[in-house]
Ligand binder design. Structure first.
Ligand code: PGA
Length: 244
């Protein structure tokens, strides 16, 4: 049987109650392969609503971030226990927008991964280089350093998303060979230094219904983290309805 493919919709700070309801009703009516994990990560206040809307469907709920502490004086943050109580099975951790706008460091990411796992929520850990690092050819070193500092030891499994920062929302994507190179480097590094055997590798950054299948098939990735295209009904439904 084919491996599961993870299609992770990162809605970021988009959609409201009405537009989320409309999109979910379209997604619910799709007949999609059993091999797809259709994971939707809405902003926090939408989570309880989306949870009701996806009841008895194949859609899985995720969050876009969590705090590394389980509770406490952290104004504006959300705890992993509340995220789990609200039905989230996954949480995106270390997205470049969190790193850039909230000054999250690799050490914060590591603590968040530990907190998520301890609370039975599966982390989807983002890594990826900015454009200058790509241009000066030090991207593999940069990504390995992110992995070294972010990923705790003794994990049995890991879902990692390679998202080059210059590809996010830009319409640019790395070549197939570029993605394969990073994938092989990450998997090798994770196996050697962190002794993780079960690794799911996702790609994210300007994924759409036109480039997804080529990237998936040629790079043999386990899925995609999708921002902009996940908000457009035709785009996300064409991806989900594809040949898996
Ligand atoms: P994008 O975003 O698909 O709009 O490039 C991806 C992401 O930031 O996760």
């Amino acid at each position: 049987m084919a491996q599961n493919t993870l299609i992770v919709s990162n809605w970021k700070m988009n959609l409201n109650l009405i537009s989320a309801k409309k999109l979910i009703s379209k997604l619910r009516s799709l007949k999609i392969s059993k091999n797809i994990k259709n994971i939707i990560c809405p902003q926090y206040l939408l989570i309880p609503h989306v949870r009701k809307l996806i009841k008895n469907s194949q859609i899985i709920l995720g969050a876009q971030d969590c705090h590394f502490e389980e509770q406490g004086s952290f104004t504006g943050d959300s705890s992993i226990s509340l995220i789990r109580e609200n039905g989230c099975k996954y949480v995106i951790i270390g997205h470049s927008e969190r790193r850039e706008f909230h000054k999250e460091e690799n050490l914060d990411v590591k603590k968040k991964i530990k907190t998520a796992i301890k609370n039975y929520v599966i982390p989807i850990v983002c890594v990826g280089e900015p454009s200058l690092i790509r241009q000066n050819n030090s991207y593999l070193k940069f990504i390995c350093n992110q992995i070294e500092e972010c990923i705790p030891k003794k994990l049995e499994k890991l879902t990692i998303a390679y998202e080059p920062i210059w590809a996010i929302g830009s319409g640019l994507t790395p070549t197939i060979d570029d993605i394969i190179e990073v994938k092989e480097c990450c998997v090798d590094f994770l196996k050697k230094t962190k002794k993780i055997k079960d690794i799911k590798f996702l790609y994210g950054g300007s994924v759409n219904s036109k480039n997804f299948f080529e990237i998936r098939n040629e790079c043999k990735i386990d899925g995609a983290l999708i921002g902009g295209a996940s908000l457009i009904e035709k785009e996300i439904t064409n991806i989900l309805k594809g040949d898996f």
